[in-house]
Ligand binder design. Structure first.
Ligand code: NCD
Length: 308
């Protein structure tokens, strides 16, 4: 097993499948009355969050606790980071405290890679800028596999703000490794030229959602990331929703078996309507639950926990 998980590209098909299979075993723990395994007893996991997060932070915390690790939650607000302490000094402090794993979310793309040079433990990228979010891609792959039975050959549309989406990048990398076929869909202003080919050969691009929908098994909607937009990428929210939002009539163009995904948080009424988000095809709540099992598997395998 690798030491750090920084990118979807860190995993080959065998390693990714090992994580998904381990996550399936971890999921059985969630169904028990006592949701705990002793696997990481005595190990320390630090959650280092420099950016807002609800799902990811809680999910890593739950995952580490279910494996009996000691968990230290660090958020930039209220720490010495607010006094201007550098990432390196923070890393050295964590190092001195004996962190076995550091889970990091940071607004700067590449921050987890730097951190990996400074700490002795494992680093897990929980989202860096507009770059990558590999555990989100793993939980998405897990959700697809558990709903549709396989990943190889699946046709997946990733729709919306690809430009600012670390979720999209990690998904394209991981899904192509696992044999799925990805089509990126959105306005040309939000799909960087050459991104598809640069990330993974065989990835397609389309600017027409209605044409793509009848031929996919999965449609993954991305949040429009206004906080990362310092420019106007589309005329108006209404115009965006009209062309690229997933509403009821559009959802009905999907094949019967197709599922609808979203990493959250959603802009309801923008990229997805409540009718779609709350429909039986939607896996949005399942994705959150699967996130805990997948993060348990990642921490367990990276830290070389005891035999299950
Ligand atoms: C995503 C993130 O923060 O990258 N959310 C998540 O982790 N579930 C996607 C987003 O913010 O749109």
């Amino acid at each position: 097993m690798i030491r750090h998980l920084l990118s979807g590209a860190d995993l080959d098909a065998a390693a990714a499948t090992q994580i998904l299979d381990t996550a399936a075993e971890m999921a059985t723990v969630a169904g028990r009355e006592v949701k705990k395994l002793p696997a990481l007893r005595g190990r320390t996991v630090v959650n280092l969050f420099y950016e807002d997060s609800t799902r990811t932070r809680i999910s890593f915390e739950a995952a580490a606790k279910r494996l009996s690790a000691d968990v230290i939650n660090f958020s930039a607000k209220g720490s010495s980071v607010a006094k201007g302490e550098s990432l390196k000094d923070t890393a050295l402090t964590l190092q001195a405290m004996g962190a076995d794993a550091v889970v990091v979310r940071h607004p700067a793309s590449g921050a987890p890679h730097r951190l990996a040079d400074w700490v002795a433990g494992s680093v897990v990228n929980a989202g860096d800028g507009t770059h990558e979010h590999p555990t989100q891609a793993l939980l998405d792959a897990y959700t697809m596999r558990s709903r549709l039975g396989r990943l190889a050959g699946l046709r997946v549309a990733v729709v919306g703000d690809v430009l600012h989406s670390r979720v999209a990048r990690s998904n394209v990398l991981l899904l192509s490794t696992l044999g799925a076929k990805v089509t990126l869909v959105g306005p040309p202003t939000l799909i960087p030229v050459d991104i598809a080919a640069a990330l993974a050969p065989g990835t397609d691009v389309s600017y027409d959602l209605d044409v793509v929908l009848p031929d996919v098994d999965v449609v993954m909607m991305l949040r429009v990331q206004r906080e990362r937009m310092n420019d106007s990428y589309f005329p108006s929210a209404r115009e965006y929703a009209r062309r690229y939002g997933l509403d009821g009539p559009r959802m009905r163009r999907l094949p019967e078996h197709a599922i609808v995904m979203h990493p959250g948080p959603m802009n309801r009424g923008m990229e997805i309507t409540p009718e779609v988000a709350d429909s039986p095809r939607s896996t949005i709540v399942e994705q959150v639950a699967n996130g805990v099992s997948v993060r348990m598997a990642v921490l367990y395998l990276l830290l070389g926990g005891n035999k299950l």
